[in-house]
Design a protein around this ligand. Structure first.
Ligand code: COI
Length: 355
């Protein structure tokens, strides 16, 4: 970054740390945040004044566009600490590019690469102690952009705030996950914002997911909005089905998030001679496969969820349970991925990024 420009990163260290009050063995996902955050403002047509500073509340006008029109996008990334104390990000360039893709769809100005990486690294270096060693420990990183301009005119804001906050994380789900296939509600439509990490995509799932929870399911697998015949993605994860020894997953499109974990699993499967069919997956074929005993596994993939087995599913009033597999693909990919993320295995694909 050029010295003297408005993009010179400023760093303000917190005077105290709250780390000693944190019970790292009993973390609930996304409840505790580290000592620092990154902020950068967009004003008069440019991003300016990037700063890493103590984590704390924001002051915003009640009329800020984000509150009224949901002009907001976010990302989810993770940092891992290896046995030597080195810190690694997993494919961060993918998240950065997707953030800007989401921003473009929401008419938010794109964020500059160098500012993102310089700020992120400075933030992680200040909060390094918050990243614990050992499989399963990570720091969940949440970059996001909100429209801050005051005024309720329904038009894109001219002012924004970019932020990164970080939260120490273990698993996303605290128990077993069962899903129901969506039959009435929809997550995304053709030409909509389903592919983007737009805040509203997630908020709109809360009500139908609450109804599903009342029926004993933790998540919904969303189906295509037109026919509800094809399985697309779960609210917090992309989704894979193992039928026999083959993996099936829906192709990404303008309704489905192009998940970084999803594409990593596809690459690892291909590398390890596991057949993956990336194609439309019908509800009927999965229900039929379950009835015949050919449906071996369902698992979700996502940054927060990592690779999460699905123990059963519901459809049209029927409930199906899946048996544990000795040669579980979910476990296999989870281990493979973690070995790369924690700097144990060779990084053949250049996915690790040293901080
Ligand atoms: C992630 O996996 O990072 C996500 O953004 C999902 C989120 C809803 C927890």
């Amino acid at each position: 970054m050029k010295n003297g420009s408005t993009l010179q990163l400023e760093i303000e260290k917190a005077s105290t740390s709250k780390i000693d009050s944190v019970d790292f063995d009993n973390l609930v996902f996304g409840n505790i945040f580290t000592d620092h955050m990154m902020v950068c403002d967009y004003k008069n047509g440019e991003w300016r004044n990037p700063k890493v500073m103590p984590y704390g509340p924001l002051q915003l006008e009640p009329s800020a566009r984000v509150f009224h029109y949901g002009q907001a996008v976010f990302e989810g990334m993770k940092a891992f600490k290896d046995d030597n104390g080195e810190v690694w990000l997993f494919r961060p360039q993918e998240n950065f590019e997707r953030l800007n893709k989401s921003s473009k769809r929401l008419a938010i100005p794109e964020f500059p690469t160098e500012v993102f990486f310089e700020g992120l690294e400075a933030l992680l270096n200040l909060d390094r102690e918050w990243i614990k060693q050992g499989f399963g420990n990570s720091l969940y990183i949440r970059p996001f952009v909100i429209a801050t301009e005051a005024g309720v005119s329904a038009s894109p804001a001219k002012e924004y705030k970019f932020l990164i906050i970080c939260s120490p994380a273990k698993s996303y789900y605290s128990g077993e996950v069962r899903v129901v296939f969506a039959e009435k509600f929809s997550r995304a439509a053709n030409g909509g914002v389903g592919f983007a990490k737009a805040a509203g995509n997630y908020g709109a799932q809360f009500y139908p997911t609450n109804l599903a929870k009342e029926e004993g399911f933790q998540q919904i697998i969303w189906t295509d909005a037109n026919t509800h015949e094809y399985l697309e993605e779960a609210g917090t994860m992309n989704i894979f089905f193992r039928v026999g020894d083959k993996l099936l997953t829906a192709p990404t499109n303008d309704r489905i998030l192009d998940g970084v974990t999803r594409k990593s699993v596809i690459t690892l499967a291909e590398e390890n001679d596991i057949t993956v069919e990336v194609r439309r997956v019908s509800v009927k074929e999965i229900v039929d496969a379950a009835k015949k005993g050919d449906l071996k596994e369902i698992f979700g993939t996502g940054t927060a969820a990592t690779i999460n087995p699905v123990k059963g599913f519901g459809h049209d009033g029927e409930k199906f349970e899946l048996e544990d597999q000795e040669d579980s693909y979910a476990q296999y990919f989870k281990t493979k991925l973690m070995e790369i993320q924690y700097n144990i295995a060779e990084d053949k694909f250049g996915w690790r990024y040293k901080v």
